[in-house]
Design a protein around this ligand. Structure first.
Ligand SMILES: [Ca+2]
Length: 507
């Protein structure tokens, strides 16, 4: 079989150290490295020797990880993963909402191209024949398996995307509210120590909730996948730290002595247009309500505890990967579908274009990376994951992909592949039929610039500009007084190229 990119080794490889390995695994590993280095020579056997992919997703996780510089959170396993991969410090989602973000990154198309900006629209309704990332792997001889939330999870006619997987997905389709603790053997449910609405702290095992069970199933899956002849693409989608904040009590206990506070910027940015904000209805309800200081701190603690719970589950999965001897032929990707607000700017949850919502964690680890443990500060998008994995695994790229491969950044983390990252969100945040407005946003190295446009006419109704050199928390909209006119005009031009304003939106 001929492959589109059968030219160049996908990634620099460290010198192989045979003393760490033994027996038949030595030969299989040596052979697979040889194949990666010499794709032209070895095409016939390539399908059986391609690297596996462990594709790990988190839900609503902003960059609150120790490896991203968060001072309080405890994330030892994700920090360890960062040491064996490249950490992307400036990765951005295409829309801060589960379904549009996931549909975009899994199809390789922007929300505007798919015309999916809401929760109920399944991408198969608008693009029935599109080939998703896991589906491409399946078509190319991989065994593809989905445990947990990868595609959107609820209120859709099609549950997940059966065409993407070799076996039916499990624990992938439910409401977050249905993730209630389940005890074995009818054991009585321990008391809940948390007081705030949508928080829960009970002394239960990890497996009482979805994510613990997902980790257990992923561990079992790896034991079986190890014995398969074909390479695998295992997608493990965790449901945390999404609301409700209900990690087992032992994860809350990690923060008992930690001085967690209310946010330092609880007010909307100066000079912000009202359309940039929203009512946080996912937590506060459609009528809204004010949170006390105690509630705010408990929610902020619960979010960090949920991240530590997520981190522990990911640790179990990666430990099993290593235990099964799969580390040297498995690419690991870790990502979150979008960020989150915890009271900053008076906002809770997602559905904005602010940095807290648009900025996401992203790490990619490939076997024997030369630059393992390094950080890329290049602007990248979740949309780039599809072409990246296509190139790393030397699959034929479908025409639809709008992202760019990040392989050049894995080979040299000081490089960049694009001048900007783009994020968008409609208003109302949860619209019916068609939105009234679309907020389109560009992140350049210095600025975040956002235009709020009338959805039908394209008329710009409000604008925002934040200078991340002077104001990384986006506390002052300086669109009427930009700090660097040339850099501002460049941001406007980049936004215009990506979202031409004269094109009125239709659905
Ligand atoms: Ca989400």
């Amino acid at each position: 079989m001929k492959y589109a990119n059968s030219v160049i080794p996908a990634i620099d490889l460290r010198k192989f150290e045979p003393m760490q390995h033994s027996g038949s695994f030595f030969y299989s590993l040596t052979f697979s490295l040889f194949l990666i280095l010499c794709p032209n020579v070895c095409e016939e056997s390539q399908a059986a020797q391609k690297p596996n992919v462990l594709f790990i997703a988190a839900d609503d996780l902003r960059c609150d990880l120790a490896c991203y510089g968060h001072p309080l959170v405890k994330t030892p396993h994700l920090d360890q993963l960062a040491k064996r991969g490249v950490l992307f410090k400036q990765a951005y989602c295409q829309q801060a909402l589960c379904n549009p973000s996931r549909a975009s990154l899994l199809t390789g198309r922007r929300p505007d191209t798919l015309k999916i900006w809401d929760l109920p629209t399944h991408f198969r309704e608008v693009e029935p024949e599109i080939v998703t990332m896991p589906q491409l792997f399946k078509q190319q001889g991989y065994f593809t398996q989905n445990i947990g939330k990868i595609f959107h999870n609820w209120r859709q006619k099609i549950q997940g995307d059966p065409a993407s997987w070799s076996v039916p997905a499990v624990l992938h389709y439910a409401t977050h509210g249905s993730d209630k603790p389940i005890m074995n053997n009818n054991t009585e449910l321990p008391v809940n120590f948390a007081k705030t609405q949508k928080t829960e702290s009970r002394d239960v095992p990890d497996s009482a909730y979805f994510d613990g069970r997902i980790a257990d199933l992923a561990v079992q899956a790896l034991q079986k996948l190890k014995r398969k002849r074909e390479p695998f693409f295992l997608a493990v989608g965790f449901w945390k730290p999404h609301l409700p904040f209900n990690p087992p009590k032992k994860y809350w206990d990690l923060y008992d002595q930690i001085p967690i506070t209310t946010p330092t910027n609880p007010r909307p940015p100066q000079n912000v247009p009202a359309i940039a904000l929203h009512n946080g209805r996912e937590l506060l309800g459609s009528k809204g309500r004010n949170l006390t200081q105690e509630e705010t701190i408990e929610l902020r603690t619960g979010y960090l505890a949920g991240i530590s719970y997520l981190d522990a589950q990911i640790g179990k999965v990666i430990a099993e990967l290593d235990r099964q001897g799969l580390r040297d032929n498995t690419i690991i990707v870790f990502w979150s579908d979008h960020g989150f607000h915890l009271g900053e700017h008076g906002l809770w949850c997602k559905t904005s274009n602010f940095e807290n919502d648009a900025h996401v964690p992203l790490m990619i680890s490939a076997p024997h990376m030369k630059h393992a443990g390094e950080t890329s500060h290049a602007l990248v998008e979740l949309l780039d994951m599809y072409p990246t994995l296509v190139e790393l695994c030397q699959l034929p790229a479908p025409n639809q992909l709008e992202g760019k491969s990040l392989v050049p950044l894995l080979n040299d983390p000081t490089q960049s592949v694009k001048p900007a990252a783009f994020t968008q969100h409609p208003r109302p945040a949860y619209f019916k039929d068609v939105p009234q407005n679309m907020g389109v946003s560009v992140r350049t190295p210095r600025y975040r610039y956002t235009e709020w446009r009338n959805f039908k006419t394209g008329k710009v109704e409000a604008r925002e500009l934040y200078d991340h050199e002077a104001d990384p928390d986006e506390n002052t909209n300086i669109v009427d007084n930009p700090s660097d006119e040339i850099a501002f005009q460049k941001a406007i031009k980049l936004l215009e190229e990506q979202f031409p304003s004269k094109t009125t939106q239709k659905r």
